[in-house]
Design a protein around this ligand. Sequence first.
Ligand code: ATP
Length: 358
Amino acid sequence: MTNTNQTFRIAVLPGDGIGLEVMAEGVKVLRAVEAKLNGMQFELQEFSVGADEYLKSGDPLPPATFEAIKAYDAILLGAMGLPDVRWPNGVEMTPQIDLRERLDLYCGLRPVKLYHAQDTPLKKYGAGEIDLLIVRESTEGLFSSRRNKIPAGAEVATDTMKITRHTSDRLFRAAFQQARQRRGLVTLVDKANVLPSMAYFRGVFDEISREFPDVRTEKVYVDAAALYLVQRPHRFDVIVTENMFGDILSDLTGGLVGGMGVAPSADIGDKYAVFQPSHGSAPDIAGQGIANPIATILSVAMMLDWLDQEETKRGAAMIQRAVELVFRAPANRTRDLNGLLSTRQMGDLIAERITGVS
Ligand code: ATP
């Protein structure tokens, strides 16, 4: 083993609702991994961002915080937003989406993996047979209209699907690179038969695909993709799609492997990256200590992988392995997966697995 003696600085944004509870377990697991890595340290600094911060300061993402977190090597986020805390115009605050746009985190990686056959509503699939990655464009697409103002009394409301060449190029290259490290298939999900913007998206995809002759490609309309994901999820490897389609399909695929509590994500740009569970602040279960921390713990693994050092990659693999081992026992489940474990007990189990393995 080489002694790398490296310190990574991580900005930790627990956020709102269950964000605080699941983040505590994510940090616990990161500390357990840190103790196993050779010469690798993590300096964590917490920042208050989200609906609760809005109640305190009037801004869910204060400018000073935004500037400060940019100086960190990576950003770890819990969940943000609360249904009762809204802007004066009634819209919910979503600083996590603001972060994606302002930090140019165009590439949303959402791995979907079934650890145990008991956790899928599709009972005919065995563990390991659902293993795909959604690459979701995260800064434009249909979400680009989210700041549209519809005048009171308007008779028509229109949103725009924005697709740019610059972002699509980078998104597709990222998807092809991911496929090279996986099973070598990229599926473009679009609606090119109806929407001109999607036909344009497809054209860019075809161009970029020529740079990756070793990667197989296919194109599926989004409606058919929803069907195939339920009927034959094992046929997919990497799915690349626009923002809104990716938002919807990643909830669907989360459902295939046990729900949002096991769905991690990474929002990656050329300079910055944010790692967070795919779920929201889940106010319905917040404060009860029953949220599933697995999505956050797996997001910590994605962060370690992205930090791209031999030792951090080893740490990421340790977390993956610990989750796999813990999930082997059907009783090791939180409430969302019909188990009895609390958030903290699940975090403890994963951390103990890591502490116990070399
Ligand atoms: P957002 O729009 O902010 O993503 P949402 O409205 O889609 O949020 P979530 O907060 O993701 O909703 O929650 C959706 C459902 O999933 C809720 O019933 C919630 O209790 C459940 N849920 C979400 N995350 C978890 C978790 N980590 N553990 C257990 N249940 C969860």
